[in-house]
Ligand binder design. Structure first.
Ligand code: SF4
Ligand code: SF4
Length: 221
C-alpha cells in the first residue's frame, strides 16, 4: 500500500489562511488502511481546524466527505459538484489522489493534508516499512521475494557491497543488510543457486529516472 503521514496542523492551517468554506476529503483506500486519511481522520482534522479557528476568532465552514478512492475519476463526481460552493479542499489522500482532485475539480484550491512517504507494508501495529520503489522491472523472482532496490541501502542488484557487519547495513547499523536477508532467504527456500546469476545493469528508464510514467491496458479501455 501507499504509506503516508499527516502534516503538522500548523502547516495545514497556513494553507487555508485565506479560505473560509473548506471541504476536507478523505479516501477509503491506502490512507484509511494506514490510519492517516480515512473517515476517522477526516472527523479529527475537522475538529482540530474548528478549534484552531475559534482560538483565532475565525469561523470555518467545514464539509466532510470520504471518497472510495481519490485516485480514480469514477469516484470524484460528488466532490466536484460539492466543490462549487467552497473556497478550498484539503485532501487527505496520497499525493496521487490530491493531484487527480486538483486536475478534475476546476478552479478551486486543493491542499494536501498528508506527506506521502513510500510503498510499504504493516510490520506491526503502528509500524510500517518500505518494500518497493516501483522500479518498473521487478527482480523479486531472483532474490527470494526480497527487494534489492529497496532493502539494500545502495540499491545494489548484485550484492552485498562488502560493508555489512553481523547482518546489518554499513549505511545504518540498525537496518538489516538487504543482501544478507536475500541470501538467507534463498538458502531457506533451496534457491541459493539463483544467487550466482549476475543481474545486468537495470534499465532505469522504466523507473522514475525516465520521467513520469504511464501504463496503458488496451484490454481495459
Ligand atoms: S524490484 Fe522493483 S518492482 Fe520489484 S519490489 Fe523492488 S522496487 Fe518494487
Ligand atoms: S551493507 Fe548490505 S544493505 Fe547495506 S549497502 Fe551494503 S549490501 Fe546494501
Amino acid at each position: 500500500m501507499v504509506v503516508a503521514e499527516q502534516k503538522p496542523l500548523k502547516d495545514i492551517l497556513s494553507y487555508i489562511d485565506d479560505s473560509k468554506r473548506i471541504i476536507i476529503a478523505g479516501c477509503h483506500g491506502c490512507v484509511t488502511v494506514c490510519s492517516t486519511g480515512g473517515q476517522k481522520e477526516v472527523d479529527i482534522l475537522a475538529s482540530l481546524i474548528e478549534i484552531a479557528g475559534k482560538k483565532q476568532g475565525k469561523e470555518y465552514e467545514i464539509k466532510k466527505i470520504t471518497l472510495q478512492r481519490q485516485c480514480d475519476p469514477e469516484f470524484l463526481e460528488e466532490l466536484i459538484e460539492m466543490a462549487k460552493d467552497y473556497d478550498a479542499i484539503i485532501s487527505m489522500a496520497c499525493g496521487a489522489g490530491v493531484q487527480l482532485v486538483a486536475e478534475r475539480v476546476g478552479p478551486i484550491k486543493v491542499f494536501p493534508a498528508l506527506n506521502t512517504t513510500f510503498i510499504g507494508v504493516v510490520e506491526t501495529k503502528g509500524e510500517w516499512a518500505e518494500r518497493c520503489q516501483a522500479c518498473g522491472d521487478c527482480k523479486l523472482y531472483l532474490t527470494g521475494g526480497i527487494c534489492p532496490v529497496t532493502r539494500c541501502s545502495k540499491s545494489l542488484l548484485n550484492g552485498p557491497c562488502g560493508g555489512s557487519h553481523e547482518g546489518f547495513c554499513e549505511v545504518d547499523p540498525k537496518t538489516p543488510c538487504g543482501w544478507q536477508l536475500i541470501v538467507d532467504r534463498l538458502k531457506a527456500i533451496g534457491c541459493l543457486h539463483t544467487y550466482a546469476t549476475i543481474v545486468e545493469p537495470a534499465d532505469w528508464s522504466k523507473s522514475r529516472d525516465g520521467g513520469p510514467r504511464r501504463m496503458i491496458r488496451e484490454d481495459l479501455k
